[in-house]
Write a protein that binds this ligand. Structure first.
Ligand code: ZN
Length: 516
């Protein structure tokens, strides 16, 4: 459609409007990536203002009369639209709806409180003093509740927050997955702790030169299918992946020279996020559909590559000789099975970001239960540390010595991010459903991994998940790719089988999932 000139100046058609919004979002993403990687410290405040301007421009575009008119025009012929245009209409309606429902006063107040809260949280965490953080957290919870009222929700205020990151999820749906999963994980953890074959990770300590870890990480990411001609790998304090569209996808990691594991598994994780973005169909470039379907689906892809592939026996059968070649001093004479066991040690800890595959979701459940109660008003901010510690005691058998290693450890709540945590655990659950479906359709994946071949899995993921971007709602996409509803059963069967074997548990069920 041509650009039409009107008395108000230029008018965009719907597709041009969407392309401009996508450009704006990707430029904003680039500013954010730069802020966390190369920005000189003196430019911090200025960058904050630049980002605030970008977000104001975005809000103006979404809440303005032009989009209202364009949506009206598209809606009038909705029945005759192709699938991609219908999806575009769905996503843009949703964006506009949220922009219009939130009063400007509340958006500004939220942003200001978050900026203030970050500094207070940094201080409180340094001094391990929750009382310092409590007042501003209380204000954030109040603002978040107000936000939920404006956005609207089903049965529970928390639904409004879940829906923001994972459209279609509700508190009830998450609870229905988490409650039985929690019991099963606590039970498995107890059996692993009492198992005869306790692995240790001594083998991963020593001296691991940064440059060689980086080289190995790059080789692994490239072999998985991450395209470095359309991406980068850099360093960041808190590793993340950022996409400026499928032609520019950037990964970050951090290196620890006295412990092998964090950096390389971090690269696998971020490469999973990155390949998702690189695999989006060309027709979705420069549209708001050109990203991952949801937080949980994105996490399902990072976890799939990091854990289901990267911590599995078949991968290391192929990759271990190369690792020995790169680190002869550390690994001379080392046994591949001992190494596999070392990268799969299960050990309850207080810190979420250091958690293994079995305990990770328990950390998430603590946060889900607490933030849900905070937003429902059934838990007072002042009682949060006690509730936190009680849950760590019940689920992980540990009690934090202080609030820094307890309730103050994550940045999320200080950033006003409520409803974000469940996506990590839901992603783990989905990753196994997706891997099982790929295994059914893409041949003997384990045999391929042993020879360093990941193309069949990568192509299957591109075809069934990546290429679709946001065309389908997350749970709909999962159903199309796997033929099933969200279900924690396969995930538990996978953990039971993998760790049952590694720990020599009696009567553990042997399945094809990641088992040698
Ligand atoms: Zn991730």
């Amino acid at each position: 459609m041509p650009v039409a000139a009107t008395e108000n100046g230029f008018e965009l058609n719907f597709h041009e409007f969407c392309a401009e919004l996508a450009d704006l979002d990707q430029v904003t993403a680039l500013l954010g990536w730069d802020q966390q990687t190369f920005l000189p410290p003196a430019a911090d405040a200025l960058r904050g203002q630049q980002l605030a301007t970008m977000s104001a421009l975005r809000h103006r575009m979404l809440a303005g009369a032009e989009l209202e008119r364009l949506l009206g025009g598209m809606s009038a012929r909705e029945d005759s639209l192709e699938e991609v245009d219908r999806a575009l209409l769905r996503v843009m309606r949703r964006e506009r709806d949220r922009a219009v429902r939130l009063p400007q006063r509340l958006v500004t107040e939220y942003a200001r409180t978050v900026a203030e809260a970050h500094q207070i949280w940094v201080t409180a965490r340094r001094d391990a003093d929750f009382a310092v953080f409590a007042p501003v957290l209380g204000r954030l919870v109040e603002l978040a509740r107000e936000r939920a009222m404006h956005l609207g929700f089903g049965e529970h205020p928390y639904d409004a927050f879940l829906d923001e990151f994972d459209p279609g999820f509700t508190t009830e749906k998450v609870r229905a997955i988490f409650t039985p999963l929690r019991g099963a994980l606590v039970d498995l953890l107890g059996r692993l702790a009492a198992a005869p074959g306790q692995p240790d990770d001594e083998l991963l300590r020593g001296h691991w030169p940064e440059q060689l870890q980086e080289q190995f990480g790059r080789e692994v990411a490239a072999s998985f299918g991450f395209d470095f001609s359309r991406g980068r790998l850099d360093r960041a304090v808190h590793p993340f992946a950022e996409s400026m569209g499928k032609f520019d996808v950037r990964l970050t990691t951090r290196y620890q020279t006295d412990f092998f594991g964090s950096a390389v598994f971090g690269v696998m994780h971020e490469a999973g996020h990155g390949m998702y973005e690189q695999g989006i169909a060309d027709e979705l470039v420069r549209t708001p559909l050109g990203g991952g379907a949801s937080m949980a689906l994105h996490e399902s892809q990072s976890r799939l590559w990091e854990n289901l592939v990267g911590r599995g026996p078949a991968f290391w059968r192929g990759a271990f000789p190369r690792l020995v070649e790169l680190f002869p001093d550390e690994l001379r004479g080392a046994d591949e099975d001992a190494f596999l066991r070392a990268v799969n040690v299960v050990r309850p800890s207080l810190i979420r970001v250091e958690a293994d595959e079995v305990t990770y979701n328990l950390h998430i459940m603590v946060r889900f239960e607490l933030e849900e109660a905070l937003l429902a008003g059934s838990l007072a901010v002042a009682d949060l540390p006690e509730a936190w510690n009680a849950r760590y005691h019940d689920y992980l058998g540990l009690v934090p010595a202080d609030d820094a290693s307890g309730v103050l450890q994550d940045v999320h709540w200080s950033a006003g991010l409520f409803g974000y945590f469940p996506g990590y655990a839901l992603g783990n659950v989905m990753s196994v459903q997706i891997m099982d479906a790929a295994r059914n359709e893409a041949g003997d994946l384990e045999a391929q991994f042993e020879t360093g071949e990941f193309g069949a899995l990568h192509s299957w993921l591109v075809g069934n998940i990546y290429r679709h971007g946001r065309v389908h709602e997350p749970l709909d996409l999962l159903r199309r790719a796997t033929g099933s509803e969200l279900d924690a059963g396969p995930y538990l069967a996978y953990l039971e089988s993998k760790f049952g074997r590694l720990y020599g548990l009696e009567g553990s069920k042997a399945t094809a999932n990641g088992a040698p």
